[in-house]
Design a protein around this ligand. Structure first.
Ligand SMILES: [Zn+2]
Ligand SMILES: [Zn+2]
Length: 207
């Protein structure tokens, strides 16, 4: 009988992070770090599945309040590239944020999900020291080799944030004249005399 396969047996390119593969209850990852110095000296991957709370993020909190907990699924493994060892970090993170619609100013829930595929190396970036560095690469250098998971998740989720969040694509917004929410009811001020800054200009011109 063939031995049962393990995660370690899968080759690097076959790795496909999937939420449903995880049977374990996620644990709190608030202060968890990954020491790349250790990872790069081991032959097998390091995996994480866990959750973060609002308190684990600083920048994301400025955009909106976290609803529930943010979740992370991660697989980090050493990969040899251009003759040196780097850490390839792949996975997914997801969270639901409370955002304010720029059109109607109503708060709404925005589910965010980001795919993670990043590469890290320990030390200082050779491209900074050597202007003739020939590699065009997307490797992030960590001087102390320590990757903080909450920072990684926060960065990835921030990238998925909409610049101008809208509660739904057809949101009609607020009436510029009377401020009525046009999603709830048609505005009554349109039928009568226009109000607001343009109406004031009009009355100035007519005198
Ligand atoms: Zn809206
Ligand atoms: Zn109006």
């Amino acid at each position: 009988m063939a031995p049962l396969g393990t995660d370690e047996d899968r080759d690097d390119d076959a790795f496909q992070p999937r939420w449903e593969l995880l049977g374990d209850t996620p644990r709190a990852l608030g202060s968890v770090t990954l020491d790349l110095n250790h990872l790069l000296h081991r032959a097998h991957p390091w995996k994480a599945h866990g959750v973060f709370g609002q308190e684990d993020f600083t920048e994301l909190t400025e955009a909106g309040a976290l609803e529930g907990r943010a979740e992370l699924l991660l697989d980090a493994r050493p990969v040899r590239q251009e003759g040196r060892l780097i850490a390839r970090v792949r996975g997914f993170c997801r969270a639901t944020l409370r955002l304010t619609c720029v059109r109607c100013l109503v708060d709404f829930s925005a589910p965010l999900e980001a795919e993670i595929d990043a590469a890290f190396a320990v030390g200082s970036d050779p491209a900074v020291k050597n202007k003739n560095w020939r590699f065009e690469e997307d490797v992030e250098y960590l001087p102390d080799g320590v990757l903080t998971l909450s920072h990684l998740v926060e960065e990835e989720l921030l990238l998925t944030l909409p610049m101008n969040p809208v509660c739904f694509s057809g949101c009609a917004g607020l009436c510029a004249g009377c401020g009525a929410d046009l999603n709830r009811a048609p505005c009554t001020c349109r039928a009568s005399e226009p109000q607001g800054p343009f109406a004031a200009l009009k009355s100035l011109r007519s005198t």
